[in-house]
Design a protein around this ligand. Sequence first.
Ligand SMILES: [Mg+2]
Length: 423
Amino acid sequence: MRIHQNHIAKDLVPNVMFVDMNSFFATCEQQVNYYLRNRAVAVCVYPGKYGCVIAPSIEAKKKGIKLGMRLNEAMKICPDLIPLETHPNRYREFHKQIMNVLRKYSDDVIPKSIDEAMINFASYKLVHKDLLEVANNIKADIRNEVGDYLKCSIGIAPNSFLAKLGSDIQKPDGLTVISPENIDEVLSKLSLTDLPGIAKAMAIKLKLAGIETPLQLRHTPAEKLKSACHSIVGMYWHYRLNFSEVDFSTSDYKSMQAMRQISASQRRNIKLLDDLLVSLCATLEKRMVKQDIYAKDIIFSARYENGKDYKEHINCEKNPVQDAMKMMQYIKNRMEVFQKVNHCEPVINTNLVMMGVNLCNFIPACALQYDMFENNVQHHHLRKTMYDIKKKFGNDSIIKAAELHEVEVYRDAIGFGSVKHLY
Ligand SMILES: [Mg+2]
């Protein structure tokens, strides 16, 4: 999650909506199979004895079935539970249709996962005067146009965090507005770990500092929270609960850049220059993985001793990139074409004084085109897992084979870039 710079700016009007489908996978199954409706069903990774429940239906939840239970335990609690296999294509199809409903009301729809989306109504103040009415229309449209058994909980608030919190408050089929008028009342009914993002460890830290409840959290000064959490993260909790937008929003993330000045001694070594380009791409890959986004445009630029520039704009709309090696491939292919067409010396040559890669036009990973998603999903998870491990054990713990020969350069490039990308 990226933190905005402008968390000081506040807009107290509740114009962010968070839509969370209730028991999504199970409800999709109940939508297509009438027999399953009003019954306790559980979608499982595999429906064998030790299969894991990944989505209990609303009815199953009422009987105590929880996400992550083994099927044999679940059957003990609820003997008439109906276990089902997953149908990912089915869920994706419903997801697409639901997103289409949401996009009727705003262009600024950000899918957060297969069953959640955030909608920004900031630029629709004159179009939609009453977001409660919009929320009810969305619920009705989903029922009428997508599936009559599908239910969602909707939260409306001045920022995305509180909108999500609002969607958690009433399940199923909820609708909650959190505004300056009612926030204290809403928070007074919650415990710290009810807030999305506050886990047990964090709650303990806060309690040690005398902050026992979300209400106290909201009314504790940002600086005090910073010291309680031993981190700037503490301040963000103050901002979130006081209506500032501090959470990442893709539509705000316009571009990212990695660039290098090249010293006289560096530019003599062509191999090193190649490695530098790899490291620039790897830096950008790392940032994109962190944000869970892909880029649709790559701009490569180079400057030479004589002051001349080289620039390539590569649009990869049909196949957005996150992988450093893929980025490299796109850039190298373009260079080769340029060299052939112009019968000139290689773009990467000993006169280089600067090299940069710029990315823009991002899309969240979960919004990738679905056919593409299919092919990339494995790679995507691999990349994420790799970075999680790196984060835990240090950067040297895993290095992709393709990066092995430029370990030194790669290390050098980490953390390089403009300040706004530091994390
Ligand atoms: Mg859900």
